[in-house]
Design a protein. Structure first.
Length: 460
């Protein structure tokens, strides 16, 4: 086990006419494309929706995304529900099968639909690139393996039990009633590195990670799982982040830079040294203990609007989550924020297109709607350890539909008792999560240019 710990992640570089090495240990990390579910690169893209329709749809998914805790007594582990917002490609097995999976910072389990006697139906292939399989055929892979019940990797995941042959089986349910179950397995995963990872190479570099633990799902029910699988990027046992840290020298760290909804480009997801946030003005806040191990939880100490500071009456934990669109706060904190923002905006109020959005304004249509940002205040979030980030107008407000701009914050409810910094607030920030140091780092960035477009000679 120890002998393979450092050298399991290998950067495979294929060169047609340039002298790139055939194999390289990727100590510097790697980067993958982080695709929004409404992007033209997603098979879930709906061409009939306008930009503002898609933002409104994301807001409505956000309000429908319940949270639940794990059950440490065994049985079923109920974890964060979709709707999900971001996707990533993974190639699984030897030879590799290209799979498109949901990616979620609020959950731990990695799993893919498997063909094991009876196949499971999946989503249609995404446009472009190599063919995408909706199901992984384990019988076609020479690197597939099973996980025994006695191993720590089985015991560390909620909802596992032993089958008749003493192999580890799992079952997970989600807040919307969807379920997945199957056999905990090991396999080789391949990741397409970002364009430019190998200078002079004509083809995209690939990294491969051996003996990744994942759920080989022989059953998946509900409307949630339209794609081939699920990549948990959470802070707990079994997540891809923790497995990379355990199997390699890259550490338990990753970062993303979320491109705004209003630009049609992909975001980027970095691992290893590339996840270090070094942009000017970067601020770091400590992670704090969470009620659920998957969550990246930090302390919100106050909110500033102009010269006014609003502080919660007690320590206020919030989750940093890529899969939730809106920011959710307790009503006791949100109400004075709304009151202060209302005093600073001189535009006419407008009825909200979504009941969860309580503060909306009429910004006009046509040319007038393009410069609405100047009418809205900056909102500064202050975190534990003295860190603070300033949300520009497009981080704190969203235009949906055309001419209607609403505060992108909503109150927590009985179904959603978790406070969250959502992905609208995080757009055009580079956000780095470091489990080894126990920190989250933020820095303002141009995320629309974070994922490089491949040169014409690159084969995708």
């Amino acid at each position: 086990m120890a002998g393979r710990a450092i050298l399991l992640i290998v950067l495979v570089l294929t060169a047609r006419s340039y002298g790139c090495t055939a194999a390289y240990v990727g100590d510097g990390g790697f980067s993958v494309e982080f695709i929004h579910r409404d992007s033209v690169k997603s098979p879930l893209h709906d061409r009939s929706l306008t930009l503002h329709d898609r933002v409104l749809a994301a807001v409505r998914r956000s309000t429908a995304r319940p949270y639940a805790g794990g059950d440490p007594s065994g049985g079923v582990a109920e974890i964060v529900s979709t709707p999900y917002e971001y996707l990533m490609y993974v190639r699984v097995g030897t030879p590799p099968t290209r799979m498109l999976a949901l990616a979620d910072t609020g959950s731990n389990l990695v799993w893919f639909k498997c063909r094991n006697g009876t196949s499971i139906s999946g989503a249609p292939p995404a446009a472009g690139g190599a063919p995408v399989s909706p199901v992984f055929d384990l019988s076609s892979s020479s690197s597939y393996g099973l996980v025994a019940c006695r191993l720590p990797s089985c015991q560390a995941i909620y909802g596992t039990s032993c089958d008749a042959n003493s192999f580890c089986q799992y079952q997970s349910s989600y807040g919307d009633g969807s379920t997945t179950s199957g056999i905990l397995s090991t396999e080789t995963f391949y990741f397409d590195d970002a364009p430019g990872g190998c200078v002079g190479c004509r083809e995209r570099p690939q990294l491969h990670l051996s003996r990744v633990n994942f759920g080989c799902a022989t059953k998946a029910t509900g409307n949630t799982f339209q794609l081939a699988g699920y990549v948990g990027l959470g802070a707990g046992n079994g997540s891809l982040v923790n497995q990379i840290g355990a199997l390699t020298s890259l550490g338990r760290r990753f970062a993303y830079c979320l491109a705004p909804f209003y630009v049609n480009v992909s975001s980027i997801l970095d691992f290893g040294a590339r996840a270090t946030v070094t942009e000017p003005g970067a601020v770091t806040t400590p992670l704090i203990p969470s009620a659920m191990d998957a969550f990246y939880t930090i302390l919100l100490t106050s909110v500033k609007i102009g010269s006014s500071t609003i502080a919660p009456p007690k320590p206020y934990p919030v989750i940093v989550d890529s899969g939730t669109t809106l920011t959710f706060l307790d009503k006791a904190l949100l109400d004075p924020i709304v009151e202060e923002i209302s005093r600073s905006i001189k535009l006419p109020r407008k009825q909200s297109p979504e009941k969860q959005l309580g503060l909306c304004y009429d910004v006009g249509v046509g040319g007038a709607t393009q410069d609405w940002k100047k009418h809205f205040p900056e909102v500064t979030l202050e975190f534990g350890g003295g860190a603070a980030i300033t949300l520009q107008a497009r981080n704190a407000f969203a235009e949906l539909p055309v001419g209607t701009v609403c505060l992108a914050m909503a109150p927590v409810t009985d179904d959603r008792s978790v406070t969250i910094i959502g992905n609208i607030a995080q757009q055009n920030f580079r956000v780095g999560f470091d489990l080894d140091k126990g920190t989250v780092t933020f820095a303002a960035a141009d995320c629309a240019s974070s994922y490089p477009s491949p040169p014409a000679s690159v084969s995708l």
